[in-house]
Design a protein around this ligand. Structure first.
Ligand SMILES: [Zn+2]
Length: 207
């Protein structure tokens, strides 16, 4: 398929999207016919398709394939998947925020591969989001589909909407956490989770 055909297909898939991008450019006082901007509507729509792909991904699809074997003798050991990097878009300003997500849970009967948890984070990240909601959506999905005795999620992110506009705070990170089950009810479990997150950040696996 050549570029022209691709453009026609994309315009058909998202009616009005190209015009909307052109309108925004014109609001900026730009000439949408100048060479540098000719393909911009196509590129913006194409990149939105990727940045907001999460709307097509459900936690059911991602977490339904889990392992139940081998956990018969499992006793309260914690699984930690830390430093999952993600990209998201603030729903208030449609400006990116990026960060890392740490997930811990104590399996009851089910565990999933690390790649599934990465996919889960990206599925919720690739939507219009606020960090607090993303944090609770991840923890709720894990509680629902893996049924662990507890789960904790910590997200540390940098918001371009505060560094590029408004208060222009260039150093501000936001940290959010959500705890469920034993992670919420048992201080020792919560402390172990936070300690493991801290420890994992200090380990250099590159050698
Ligand atoms: Zn914002």
């Amino acid at each position: 398929m050549n570029k022209e055909q691709k453009t026609i297909e994309l315009e058909k898939k998202y009616p009005g999207a190209f015009e909307s991008v052109k309108n925004l450019l014109e609001c900026l006082g730009e000439d949408v016919e100048r060479e540098g901007l000719l393909d911009t509507p196509y590129r913006v729509v194409k990149s939105f398709e990727e940045l907001f792909r999460g709307y097509d991904e459900t936690p059911e699809d991602i977490l339904s394939t889990c392992f139940e074997e081998g956990l018969e003798n499992h006793t309260e050991g914690m699984v930690l998947c830390d430093h999952i990097s993600f990209y998201s878009t603030c729903e208030h300003h449609m400006i990116p925020f990026t960060g890392i997500c740490h997930i811990g849970y104590i399996p009851n009967k089910k565990v999933v591969g690390l790649s599934k948890l990465v996919r889960l984070v990206h599925a919720y990240g690739r939507r219009l989001q606020i960090q607090e909601k993303m944090c609770s959506q991840i923890v709720e999905a894990i509680m629902k589909y893996l049924e662990p005795s507890g789960c904790g999620v910590v997200i540390v992110a940098k918001h371009l909407c505060t560094s590029a506009r408004g208060v222009q705070n260039h150093t501000n990170h936001m940290t959010t956490s959500e705890m469920r089950g034993t992670f919420r009810d048992e201080p020792a479990t919560r402390a172990e989770f936070l300690e493991l997150v801290k420890l994992s950040g200090s380990v250099n696996l590159s050698t």
